[in-house]
Design a protein around this ligand. Sequence first.
Ligand code: ADP
Ligand code: MG
Length: 337
Amino acid sequence: MSNPSYLDAVSVTKNYSDDKESGVNNIILSIKQGKITAIVGESGSGKSTLLKLLYGLLSPEEGEVFFKGDRVIGPEEKLIPGHDRMKMVTQHTDDLNLFATVWQNVASLLPNTDLKYKETATAAALKQLKVYELKDQRVTDLSGGEKQRVAIAKALITKPEVLFLDEPFNQVDASFREGLQQNIRNIVKETGLTVVLVSHDPAEVLSMADDLIVLKQGEIVEAGTPEELYQNPGMLYTAQILAHCSVLTNQEAKVCGITAQRGTVAINPENVEIANTWGKKKDWTVVQVLFKGFFEDVIVEKEDVKLRVLNLELNKYPVGTPVSIRIKKHFEYGQWK
Ligand code: ADP
Ligand code: MG
């Protein structure tokens, strides 16, 4: 390679059958060291396949993966599949021993040649993931979120350089999830760990990732920082993954006062202003209010066109209220979605 960087996929293809739509095709990417890279895409777009290729759990049919310039070898060439300097945690937590304690699960990966180190490193890993207090409990007695914390502590105890997280927080309650995300960001900052994360949750991806890679039908269709892709998604597909946008035809967009040059219009909820003050034409009607905690998603309708609006003034616009709206920003897309 002309310019080896950290973790690179060079024209990597892996199809599970003759079907080009299974697996991934011609993936070219560079994962940056010490950063969190998130891979997003609809279900079946090839996210897990790509992680397995980067980690060495699958061999590419074409192309190669390089870690610091050395080829990552696949399971056929290696006794224990997976690169030695990398670890992966999935949502299944299947490599935990449910009937052993938290401490035993994590400590068991370290050799007995240096018992003092084993003791301090295990304690440090459990503290880092905030499960030290649970150290004497059996894993089977823990909540889903606690099990995930133990699985990550176990993955990190041998100090891998790269941690792959394949939708690891799916089973974790929203309230615990944020703490865990924060802990992982801190670990990355403090230790220089490189994280490659697959996630379905737009909020998680946007708040955690330094870089985003968007996969569609096994191909990378867009990449950039979360800010770049959120503020200016090149594809409707990306806009829909990163925000609960309303998607309208350009005819429907006219109802909102938008004259679009292209066929499809996407409007993010935070880009719609809502009001019911006197003087403005209140030609939209609130048809649904979705309580979201400190905000609401208010669905408004006019001439069969529905729009999702972010509203911070709770209970101000009950169902049936006539309102006026103003759209501050929208995106336009062509036929290709
Ligand atoms: P994602 O993680 O984005 O949901 P996957 O990487 O699991 O996607 O799968 C991508 C595509 O490859 C899907 O169409 C899936 O059905 C197919 N696929 C994944 N694993 C296998 C397999 N072991 N055998 C056959 N097809 C597979
Ligand atoms: Mg998957």
